[in-house]
Design a protein around this ligand. Structure first.
Ligand SMILES: C[S@@+](CC[C@H](N)C(=O)[O-])C[C@H]1O[C@@H](n2cnc3c(N)ncnc32)[C@H](O)[C@@H]1O
Length: 284
């Protein structure tokens, strides 16, 4: 199965780093008392960076989020303490200040602390807030970027984020502000008029409201839209639709979070660039 191969490839990275001529001296030392705030990519373990794999093999404690893909935590040192900090079905999730405090406390105990998040830690992932608290507490830290879902997810759906005949600009936005509602400080008219491609995170819940705002701001109802759910994972689902009917189509197709929503003519490239299709139809 091709999917298994993807997973095997990620273990291959692990073994390169542990056993062979790979120059680990090229990697920065992960010192006790330091926190590394790293992105694990959108899901496929093959998309984590060498720096992130390096950190997983050295951390004493890994504090990880729900969107860290399956298979990635298996790369951690067997002795490492693994602490889940994501949402648990039905149960209260750990509060942000408690998570940050635990990072500070572990670091003060002299541990090598890996704070692992899905995607990129500085893209809609509260990485900036956590890094600020570490800086205020005087804890040394490093940021390890990751492949964000709004880039990796599009690549796995066969949608080029930019194409010079289509869009000289792209906008990333979140559909879910700190209040739980659509963020109030978004200038929808400016985005509708100025951004040929819009990539939205956490937008499923408020999609009716968001599409209404974009249509009211003059966006073409017939514009192509793609919803990419569980991007880069074996169960990735992509729904292609149009702006005016994306809410109804998403409901009918049962699209589940996590999902990114892409609006723009670049979605049409998927017809030719859906490179995963041969695999899912029984190819490699
Ligand atoms: C709290 S944000 C975290 C974003 C993350 N820091 C990143 O850079 O991708 C969570 C949102 O990211 C998007 N997301 C993360 N992983 C995804 C995946 N594998 N497939 C689709 N969307 C994903 C979804 O919009 C989800 O609601």
């Amino acid at each position: 199965m091709a999917v298994c191969l993807l997973f095997k490839d990620s273990y291959f990275i692990t073994s390169i780093m542990e056993n062979s001529s790979f120059d680990t001296n090229a990697m920065p030392k992960f010192l006790g008392g330091h926190v590394w705030l790293a992105g694990a990519g959108p899901g496929d373990p093959g998309l984590i960076t060498l720096l992130c794999a390096h950190a997983l093999q050295r951390a004493d404690v890994v504090v990880y989020d729900a969107l860290v893909g399956p298979g990635i935590m298996e790369m951690a040192r067997p002795e490492a303490e693994l602490k889940y900090a994501g949402k648990r079905g039905g149960k209260p999730s750990p509060k942000q200040p408690d998570i940050t405090l635990s990072l500070i406390e572990y670091a003060r105990e002299g541990k090598r602390v890996l704070r692992l998040k899905g995607g990129d830690p500085f893209v809609f992932g509260r990485g900036g807030e956590e890094a600020m608290r570490l800086a205020e507490a005087g804890i040394p830290f490093r940021i390890v970027p990751g492949v964000t879902a709004g880039v990796g997810g599009l690549a796995y759906a066969g949608i080029p984020l930019t194409h010079r005949d289509h869009n000289p600009a792209v906008t990333f936005l979140t559909g879910h502000g700190a209040s739980g509602k659509v963020p109030e400080n978004i200038n929808w008219r400016a985005i509708a008029e100025g951004s040929p491609v819009i990539v939205m995170y956490m937008a499923l819940k408020h999609l009716p409201n968001i599409t209404e705002k974009l249509l009211a701001a003059g966006r073409d109802p017939d514009e192509p839209v793609a919803l990419i759910s569980r991007a880069t994972l074996p169960e990735q689902t992509v729904l292609e639709t149009r702006l005016s009917r994306c809410v109804a189509d998403a409901a009918a197709a049962g699209i589940e979070p996590p999902a990114v929503v892409v609006i723009g003519s670049v979605v049409s490239f998927r017809e030719h660039l859906d490179w995963l299709k041969p695999r899912t139809e029984g190819g490699c």
